[in-house]
Design a protein around this ligand. Structure first.
Ligand SMILES: NC(=O)c1ccc[n+]([C@@H]2O[C@H](COP(=O)([O-])OP(=O)(O)OC[C@H]3O[C@@H](n4cnc5c(N)ncnc54)[C@H](OP(=O)(O)O)[C@@H]3O)[C@@H](O)[C@H]2O)c1
Length: 206
């Protein structure tokens, strides 16, 4: 996603627990796009410096990372890509006590941070290619304007973002990823996706 946004002319900051990894990831993006589009920082600093913060860590690291960046993201949009996969059984969802990782994040960060669930159904195998991706981005969260902002970010990656309503709907969107992973296995593909049909033309353009 960072590479896609850099390709789309945005400035991106990569966060990591290790500065060196963040810097190396940023350099790789800069080499790819041929300009200084990315910088690397430690997670908390990256979260403080970013206008919109995108969280992409395994579910195991979700709470810990959120606690680390909680103050840094106050007042911002946090895009949560986390799928609560059971680390003991990666074919299963571990359903969080709050219903979804997104709702957990919102509860943990408090109302001043607007959490939006998005991108859980997009396989990384597509993102790095820079080609058209046949998968919609369903956005869920408590703030309609924040959902629209994330839909705009999806558009920069060449993806159609759709407003999928309140945070509780993230339970379905997060769970759908496990279904897509199962389809990947059964059909021996790497990046099954989902498209919503039946929308007015304006939303069918992409
Ligand atoms: N990969 C996909 O195609 C895909 C698609 C849809 C949704 N997702 C979801 O997106 C999230 C990230 O997926 P991913 O494939 O990018 O995961 P990943 O490569 O395993 O992890 C992403 C980064 O999280 C950090 N991290 C890993 N373990 C950690 C820990 N124990 N504590 C703190 N930070 C840790 C690491 O960064 P540092 O070591 O640099 O700190 C790592 O590079 C997951 O929740 C996944 O379910 C992934």
């Amino acid at each position: 996603m960072a590479l896609g946004w850099a390709r789309a002319g945005q400035e991106v900051i990569i966060g990591s627990r290790a500065l060196e990894r963040a810097v190396q990831a940023a350099l790789a993006i800069n080499r790819e796009v041929g300009r200084t589009a990315a910088t690397g920082m430690l997670n908390r600093e990256a979260a403080a410096a970013g206008e919109i913060v995108v969280l992409t860590v395994p579910y195991d690291a979700h709470e810990k990372t959120l606690l680390d960046i909680r103050e840094a993201v106050r007042g911002k949009i946090l895009v949560d890509v986390t799928v609560p996969i059971d680390p003991q059984n990666p074919r299963r969802l571990r359903i969080p006590s709050d219903g979804s990782a997104t709702e957990e994040a919102q509860a943990l960060l408090g109302p001043e941070t607007r959490v939006v669930a998005a991108f859980q159904n997009i396989s990384y195998t597509h993102l790095s290619q820079g080609e058209a991706i046949a998968c919609d981005v369903l956005t869920c969260g408590g703030d309609a304007q924040a959902r629209q902002e994330v839909i705009r970010l999806a558009g920069l990656l060449g993806l159609r973002g759709l407003d999928a309503g309140p945070a509780r709907n993230a339970r379905v969107v997060e769970g759908l990823t496990v279904v897509l992973m199962e389809i990947n296995r059964r059909y021996k593909v790497r990046g099954a996706g989902i498209r919503v049909t039946g929308l007015p033309d304006r939303d069918n353009e992409k």
